[in-house]
Design a protein around this ligand. Structure first.
Ligand code: RIB
Ligand code: CA
Length: 330
């Protein structure tokens, strides 16, 4: 697959690594059309101490400790805290401990950094939240005018027709529904919402995991290792075999429009009650009186997604991986 080189999109990833966050961050670091300028961390999959340590470790593993990490919110705005350690392991990376010797967070809190950095670089920084939206909501509360200087928000979160933490709510929005509500109503110029309807199609097959093990590559081995327990979770809880790479799809959607289709929608968030954390997606082609506030992901070209992911991460193996990818996602 040829990757068209254009002016890289400057991004800040807000993240709760997290197994699929780790894959998303590695993809973003390697893709020539993305320029990762900072990571901001948030509590979600696991506590913010671990998500922050994991973010530092992922950057060190990738040789990118030049990228600053700003630690963020340690709990939701109003809701009681929670976690997803059943899927991601107690420390967030499936029991894998990364080397963080000699690296540390940057000075400053995540939400304030987001406000300041987007002020210093107006209309330049795309925010990519792939965890609960607590930091983004805090940034909006600190400075509501932020919505005028952020060109796009690319969110992994929500769903049109399904849920994963409850039958009607996706984890990131469920973990902090008040934050999701603030963000969806803030008036950002462009929100791209990559929800579960799409990410359920970005499901790494067992054959792909086995391929990773055989590449004799430290990053491939890392992804293989961190997805071991994650895959066990999908079997034990969902009787699915493989691993859903939710966050990586959000990153892929930024660099290849053909990976994911979208519909225009008005998205509202249920902040409490039975459907707490649910994103109510009203497609504006159907609900013509509603105002669009997001583009919501629908159909995925799964083979194209995995070609993008694997060829970006392991370009030297493109030829030998091609027939395997075709077979796995035919
Ligand atoms: O529901 C999937 C989302 O929740 C992903 O971002 C995953 O990392 C977890 O945070
Ligand atoms: Ca995440």
């Amino acid at each position: 697959m040829t990757i068209k080189i254009k002016e890289p999109k400057r991004i800040v990833i807000d993240t709760d690594p997290g197994v699929d966050d780790a894959v998303a961050i590695l993809l973003a670091l390697k893709h020539p059309n993305l320029q990762v300028e900072a990571l901001t961390t948030v509590a979600g999959n696991v506590d913010v101490e671990h998500t922050t340590t994991n973010a530092l470790g992922i950057l060190k593993l990738a040789g990118r400790s030049d990228i600053p990490v700003y630690r963020g919110a340690d709990k939701p705005l109003e809701r009681k805290t929670a976690h997803a350690s059943d899927a991601h392991g107690d420390t967030g990376l499936g029991g894998v401990a990364l080397d963080t010797e000699g690296v540390d967070t940057a000075t400053g809190e995540a939400a304030q950094f987001i406000v300041d950095y987007t002020r210093e670089h107006p209309d330049e920084i795309t925010l990519v939240p792939i965890g609960p939206l607590t930091n983004i909501a805090k940034a909006v509360t600190l400075d509501p005018s932020i919505v005028d200087r952020v060109p796009e928000l690319v969110i992994m979160g929500g769903a049109e027709f399904t849920g994963n933490i409850t039958p009607s709510a996706e984890f990131n929005f469920w973990y902090d529904p008040h934050a999701a509500d603030i963000v969806m109503r803030a008036g950002f110029k462009k929100i791209t919402m990559v929800g579960l309807d799409a990410t359920s199609q970005a499901f790494m097959s067992p054959g792909t995991r086995d391929l990773l093990r055989r590449l004799q590559d430290p990053i491939a081995q890392f992804i293989y290792d961190i997805t071991e327990e994650y895959a066990d979770f999908y079997w034990e809880r969902r009787r699915l075999v493989g691993a859903e790479l939710c966050d990586a799809l959000a990153v892929a959607a930024m660099v290849d429009e053909a990976v994911l289709e979208f519909v225009d929608a008005n998205v509202e968030i249920c902040v409490d009650g039975l459907c707490e954390g649910r994103s109510v997606v009203a497609r504006t082609e159907r609900y013509r009186d509603r105002t669009k506030n997001a583009a919501v992901g629908t159909r995925v070209d799964t083979k194209r997604f995995f070609e993008l992911l694997l060829n970006t991460l392991f370009p030297e193996h493109e030829a030998e991986m091609a027939p395997i990818i075709t077979h796995e996602y035919r």
